[in-house]
Design a binder for this molecule. Structure first.
Ligand code: COA
Length: 193
């Protein structure tokens, strides 16, 4: 894999999500119990998005989720290996005063564990920080890969006074995390172009 180039995308590029293979064999899942993360083994296959239907796991459903946020100023990012898209992120820089929200992060199956997610995270955190956020919120899919990735970025479980109620109501089984951005350096290695 060559150097990953993270590019600003326009709302009209949202259909590039079709080119991301979200499939994953899950081996670990998390729950939050009494304010602590608890891991357990699982064995579940997450199939690729349905390219043509309109159900919960379809591309059109995902686009419908993203569209209002894009209308409100969320920034879509694409990670490219030459001209091939290998990951996408959506960041709302100012969900609440001082708080950004990483609304979406996906790296294609077959391109994971090569630093693509890290590069997209760095870019998203930099955008939020530059917009005045001192923290970035994530409602993480409770899978081993997602939770361990976010913990590696410095995220911590959102405390009772940090939970964003509207996001918790949407995804109560997610792991709600928050990352302190106060040490984030603007223009870090997200390589935005
Ligand atoms: C979560 C996800 C975005 C991570 O992307 P990625 O490109 O594989 O992540 P990176 O290669 O940048 O990983 C950075 C670090 O995160 C941690 N990490 C990432 N994936 C991990 C995994 N499966 N298990 C344990 N740690 C992991 C590691 O510390 C890793 O560093 P290392 O590879 O040097 O050990 C990717 O697995 C993905 O798209 N999953 C499916 C969609 C999803 O769950 N998205 C998040 C929804 S909120």
């Amino acid at each position: 894999m060559g150097a990953i180039d993270v590019r600003f995308l326009t709302p009209g590029d949202i259909g590039l999500l079709r080119d991301i293979d979200r499939s994953e064999q899950l081996e670990v899942e998390y729950t939050v119990e009494s304010g602590s993360l608890v891991s357990s083994k699982t064995s579940m296959y997450v199939p690729p998005w349905d390219p043509s239907g309109s159900g919960d796991h379809s591309v059109s459903h995902l686009i419908a989720f993203c569209s209002p946020h894009l209308d409100q100023g969320a920034q879509l990012l694409g990670a490219f290996d030459e001209e091939a898209i290998v990951g996408m992120a959506l960041v709302e820089p100012s969900l609440h005063p001082g708080l950004g929200w990483l609304a979406l992060l996906h790296v294609s199956n077959g391109r994971r564990r090569g630093g693509v997610g890290q590069t997209l995270w760095n870019a998203a955190a930099s955008i939020a920080h530059d917009s005045g956020a001192n923290a970035l919120y994530v409602s993480a899919t409770p899978t081993g890969s997602a939770v361990q990735f976010y913990l590696k970025q410095g995220c911590q479980l959102a405390g009772p006074d940090e939970i964003v109620e509207e996001l918790f109501a949407l995804e109560p089984d997610d792991v709600h995390l928050v990352c302190d951005l106060s040490s984030t350096q603007p223009g870090n290695d997200g390589r935005l172009s």
